[in-house]
Design a protein around this ligand. Structure first.
Ligand SMILES: Cc1ncc(COP(=O)(O)O)c(C=O)c1O
Length: 371
């Protein structure tokens, strides 16, 4: 629908929600096929795992009883996570994707007019969910070298916002905070601020990366760490993620802020099975890291400059309007995500796919780059 045809609703809608910007989601497969006129679409827009998921997931799902309500407490899943993470289960809240935990945290913590600090460019929901709750969002710009602007972030955090949303490894750019950098930001957190570290790409961080959760747990600040089964574990379609909270009371309030049966029964079974097959996930991540570096090298060879990445995607200035570039790629059956935030309208984010899909992306970009 053309936005000029949208009229104010006659219903008494929440003005904060009515004014929300749209979420910049990856193009649906059917639409991509219709535009490209081919079936073999390279889906490189949503940071899914191109290897699929552990075969143990399919086997475990044989026990699914769709006619039963799911366990609202996600007891098995939270228990398995607690054992793996060495965190009491009563500090873990499972969500319908980690995106639901972003929404629940905002609902649990924010009041109208509260200040939220995040970065630009950022994951869209770190802005959309605070706005839905009537908060004011302060966005700290990244540095020209595609890094976190630590001085600016430290100052913004020390000013005492109610909530801070950062992702590390960082979507959409790719780098992760080093231990000393995170320690500096943690030290700036004042009482009355909840520090949320969104670790959706945690499993892709470089081997030897700092134990971020331990740093947070030892810091004594109010925090939530967000993780997901959508990326490294390959369960994006089932929708399951979780929040690890600094204390039991925060977890209780976040639980109160979500719907009771939020994680469906299939998702709970699948997530436990996926978690148990760590070997599958680790092998998949190792292959994707290797492929990421191959693609980054190939992009550099054609004059593009992807930001350093500890994720399963690359972010780069495509040299022209990102929407136009994405459209040209789409015509060849390749879906990437064009960035829209002010200052980043020439940037695209490309997920690391299977080698053949990546080769198609590289060849298409090379052809567009040559005069
Ligand atoms: C930084 C970040 N956080 C959260 C999410 C939401 O993931 P999900 O709801 O699938 O767990 C994503 C998905 O792309 C993401 O990139």
């Amino acid at each position: 629908m053309d936005s000029s045809s949208i009229r104010p609703s006659a219903a008494p809608v929440n003005p904060h929600v009515a004014a929300l910007p749209a979420y910049n989601a990856g193009l649906p497969l059917a639409q991509a096929r219709a535009v490209a006129g081919r079936d073999d679409i390279a889906r490189l827009a949503s940071n899914e795992n191109p290897h699929g998921c552990s075969p143990a997931v399919g086997r475990a799902l044989a026990a699914l009883e769709p006619w039963r309500y799911a366990d609202p407490g996600c007891t098995d899943l939270r228990g398995a996570l607690a054992a793996r993470l060495k965190v009491p289960a009563d500090r873990i809240v499972a969500g319908n994707g980690s995106e639901e935990m972003i929404a629940a945290l905002c609902r649990a913590v924010l009041v109208p007019g509260a200040e939220v600090v995040t970065v630009v460019p950022s994951f869209g929901l770190h802005e959309i969910e605070p706005l839905a709750n009537g908060a004011r969002v302060v966005k700290v710009a990244m540095t020209a070298a595609a890094g976190f602007d630590l001085d600016a972030l430290e100052a913004a955090i020390a000013a005492g916002p109610r909530l801070v949303f950062l992702s590390s490894p960082w979507n959409p750019v790719g780098p992760a905070l080093a231990a000393a950098e995170l320690a500096r930001l943690i030290a700036a957190v004042r009482p009355g601020t909840l520090f949320v570290l969104d670790e959706a790409y945690h499993e892709f961080a470089d081997p030897g990366a700092p134990d971020v959760l331990r740093l947070l747990l030892d810091s004594g600040i109010a925090f939530a760490s967000l993780r997901t089964f959508s990326k490294a574990y390959g369960l994006a379609g089932l929708r399951v993620g979780y929040a690890i909270c600094s204390d039991r009371e925060l977890a209780r309030v976040v639980t109160a802020a979500k719907t009771p049966f939020n994680v469906n029964a299939a998702a709970q079974i699948a997530a436990v099975a996926a978690l148990e097959d760590a070997a599958w996930m680790e092998a998949s991540v190792a292959r994707l890291r290797h492929e990421r570096e191959r693609v980054a090298g190939a992009l550099r060879a054609i004059g593009l400059a992807p930001a350093p990445s500890q994720t399963n995607f690359l972010f780069f200035d495509g040299g022209r309007d990102s929407g136009a570039l994405a459209q040209r790629l789409l015509e060849q059956g390749i879906v990437v995500k064009p960035w829209r935030e002010p200052g980043y309208e020439r940037f695209v984010r490309a997920t690391i796919g299977l080698p053949g899909e990546n080769d198609r992306l590289i060849a298409a970009l090379a052809a567009l780059a040559s005069p």
